[in-house]
Design a protein around this ligand. Structure first.
Ligand SMILES: [Zn+2]
Ligand SMILES: [Zn+2]
Length: 750
């Protein structure tokens, strides 16, 4: 760490506030709207006429000012503690980030705490279930130079208040609290947190699995246990980082027989500290079996790896709880706060205006930059496990599909609560709007690091298989075939290179996110109009009959299905009531948007593995710097990306596309675009001045645009590669293409 980042320790100055913090008008009422007010019944406090709203507006604070005043103002001291951690090397004492940018600091009041239990027996002041019952202060940075943090009142030991901060033990976590969380989840959360033993791909996995029996300290086979007890075995899993070296002790062919008879427990000297600590925690919370990759897969047996690797999703989703050792960088790090590895859990607490206020950070904030979190495999382990106990940053958290509970916040007094801790939680019920969840998970997953980049698809397979059933889909290279036209509208979220070296002579396809390094997303400004009624859009605004090459054969991406769909909603996939494999009415398509129904849709080319084969219109346009949105509506794009204009053969702007910045050197070039589906309109950040390409007023014109892929072709193989996703006027596509003009073409997209 450089010297500019060395920060002197400063104690808070009780009661003193600088002029800027005085303006915040910090009163207990602000944190607890409606507290103690019996006459207002169900009306939340912030709606009361006599509520003092002065100081509730959001504001920008300079980081440097806070840094300077932290010894004289107790609230500035708290904000400093909230924004600065010993690892936040990104911010210097000069208030500048590593890149010289001024670190900004925003302060915002946030409503918090909905008690979702309706029996009225809840603790705290919440008299009306479902209403936010408290408020806390969010301290954040727009560029996310430091993770979000909250400032909230500390509960007194004598009268516990729901949704307030809690004092925590300094050196070891309270195992009773973890037991209480486990118990509340299993007794009160019902179906959504219940574990239903899963079988994988039609096989019973118990024959291949083994666990560590912590009571007998030996390896046991799942199938042996199941013959004794037909109920699912209750076991825990461990999610951790191996580090550069493999753990000191692993299961091997040579010690396998020995460990089946005993000697495999936490008191072994060579037991890696993280695994040892997990074993102790698991025993303490009353679970007898644990699954740990290093000790449950024979590490020097390729056959064992090959047999168990595809079961990884079932192993994690069938476990009762997943212990996440999120802080450690190796298997020797240990789990800090567990019985054998102590921690130093200091809390930033200050006396402000007669209240004790504390800094609290959410689990997502704390794990954001950990090595554990940025790895792709651990992401899947966490998402698939029904419950996680997450150890990070000298704190412990509990997460399931029904709750996120923090050691340092009282929100676990009742079983069902909504708190700000749950924001950004990726652990959600898979049956609630699976399309949105799919898009969210791809966006969360794709930026993660893989040691072996060609694992990009395999490490997502577990999540994909869990999503398949609610999406009524088979995943084709990570895209659900029941929403295929929509799924193809993903865009790069950062300047991305193609994933190479999957195996010699083979690439993941460019048309899927798995073919690119870095993040992918469905950009709202691009796809918003499809989301109004996704089912309608798939049925009436797409036309391509998609095939793909698979093992030397040409297959439909989506076979016709007689599957009985549940109640159709705007989030449903393709319709299956018609003859067409994608449920579209081809006659209607022809009349509606000029796709000639007599054009061939069946590809004639030789199938190429992993390639999409399809027929559609292609046209040629020029890449341009011309922008049609003014700075008012232009949104800041992610690093390395740039919005380009598209110009037709008459020299008119006819569309837009976001590409890697390096495409700047190709401006002026003519490129090939293939129309793939229909878009309703441009968003304001794509076009904010109506230019009469369409002979109607903007507010009545709709469906006048094509989604089109910018493609480049390999001269030798004629296999095309997707470069980016454009939106282009249909009129331009029909009438104003550069040579060789608009054509109905067969495309092989690799
Ligand atoms: Zn201050
Ligand atoms: Zn639960």
């Amino acid at each position: 760490m450089s010297s500019r980042n060395r920060v002197a320790e400063v104690k808070p100055n009780p009661g003193q506030l600088c002029p800027q913090c005085q303006e915040l008008n910090l009163l207990p009422d602000k944190f607890r709207p409606g507290a103690g007010d019996d006459t207002k019944g169900n009306l939340p406090g912030f709606l009361n006429a006599n509520f003092d709203a002065v100081g509730l507006e959001s504001r920008h604070l300079g980081y440097l000012e806070i840094y300077r005043r932290r010894d004289s103002c107790c609230f500035c001291w708290l904000i400093f503690e909230a924004t600065h951690s010993k690892d936040s090397a990104q911010i210097g004492c000069d208030g500048l980030a590593g890149n010289g940018e001024r670190v900004d600091c925003n302060l915002e009041w946030r409503l918090d705490g909905r008690d979702l239990e309706t029996d009225g027996r809840s603790a705290g002041n919440s008299k009306s279930p479902g209403h936010p019952s408290s408020r806390r202060i969010l301290i954040s940075n727009p560029q996310r130079l430091f993770p979000d943090a909250y400032i909230m009142p500390l509960s007194s030991e004598t009268s516990i208040q729901q949704f307030s901060a809690r004092r925590i033990p300094f050196s070891r976590v309270d195992l009773d609290l973890i037991r209480y969380w486990m118990d509340t989840c299993s007794k009160k959360h019902g179906e959504s947190c219940r574990i239903l033993p899963k079988q994988v791909k039609g096989t019973d996995i118990s024959g291949l699995l083994r666990y560590i029996d912590l009571k007998e300290q030996r390896l046991v086979h799942a199938s042996d246990l199941l013959t004794k007890d037909q109920n699912a075995i209750t076991y825990a899993t461990l999610s951790y980082v191996w580090g550069a070296q493999k753990p000191q002790l692993t299961l091997s062919k040579s010690n396998f027989a020995k460990f089946c008879s005993g000697g495999l427990g936490p008191d072994r000297k060579d037991m890696p500290a993280t695994i040892r600590d997990a074993m102790i925690i698991v025993q303490e919370i009353g679970i007898r079996y644990i699954w740990v990759d290093a000790l449950c897969i024979i590490q020097d047996s390729m056959e064992d790896w090959a047999a168990i690797a595809p079961l990884m999703d079932a192993i994690f989703s069938n476990g009762t709880v997943n212990i996440c050792a999120a802080s450690g960088n190796t298997s020797a790090s240990g789990i800090s706060g567990s019985p054998l590895t102590s921690r130093s859990a200091s809390q930033a607490i200050a006396d402000v205006c007669g209240m004790q206020l504390a800094v609290v950070k959410s689990v997502e904030s704390r794990i954001r930059d950990t090595i554990w979190n940025i790895r792709a495999w651990t992401f899947q382990e966490r998402i698939l496990s029904p419950r996680s106990i997450i150890f990070v940053d000298d704190r412990v958290f509990f997460q399931c599909s029904g709750a996120t509970w923090s050691e340092d916040v009282y929100s676990d007094i009742t079983a069902r609560t909504w708190t700000l801790e749950m924001v950004e939680s990726p652990m959600q019920n898979f049956s609630n709007n699976p399309v949105r969840l799919f898009a969210d998970l791809v966006e969360l997953y794709t930026p993660r690091k893989l040691t072996v980049i060609s694992d990009k698809l395999i490490a997502f397979e577990g999540i994909a298989s869990v999503l398949s059933s609610p999406l009524a889909a088979t995943m084709v290279y990570g895209l659900p075939n029941s929403y295929f036209d929509w799924a193809l509208l993903w865009e790069n979220k950062e300047a991305g290179k193609r994933v190479t070296n999957v195996r010699p002579g083979y690439l993941f396809p460019s048309w899927s996110w798995c073919g690119w390094e870095g993040g992918a997303m469905w950009r709202l400004s691009t796809v918003a109009s499809t989301l109004i009624d996704l089912h309608d859009w798939l049925s009436n605004h797409s036309w391509i009959t998609w095939y793909y090459g698979d093992e030397g054969r040409l297959k439909l991406v989506r076979e016709s299905s007689t599957q009985d769909l549940q109640a159709r909603s705007r989030w449903s996939g393709y319709d299956f009531s018609s003859e067409d494999p994608y449920g579209r009415n081809r006659q209607l398509l022809a009349s509606e948007f000029g796709i000639d129904a007599s054009k061939p849709t069946l590809p004639t080319t030789e199938p190429v593995n992993g390639c999409l084969h399809f027929c559609s219109y292609t046209a040629h346009f020029q890449l341009s710097r011309r922008s049609m949105s003014t700075p008012t509506f232009e949104s800041k794009l992610e690093k390395g990306l740039r919005r380009f204009g598209i110009v037709d053969s008459q020299g008119d702007w006819c569309g837009t596309i976001i590409l890697n910045e390096e495409w700047s050197s190709s401006v002026g070039g003519i490129f090939e675009f293939v129309a793939v589906s229909e878009a309703r309109d441009f968003s304001m950040e794509e076009l904010d001045t109506w230019n009469y390409y369409v002979a109607e007023e903007r507010h009545i014109a709709e469906w006048y645009i094509y989604y089109a892929l910018l493609i480049t072709r390999n001269e030798n193989t004629m296999v095309a590669e997707r470069v980016g996703l454009a939106k282009i006027y249909k009129n331009a596509f029909r009438d104003a293409s550069f040579d060789p003009g608009t054509k109905w073409t067969e495309i092989i997209l690799g």
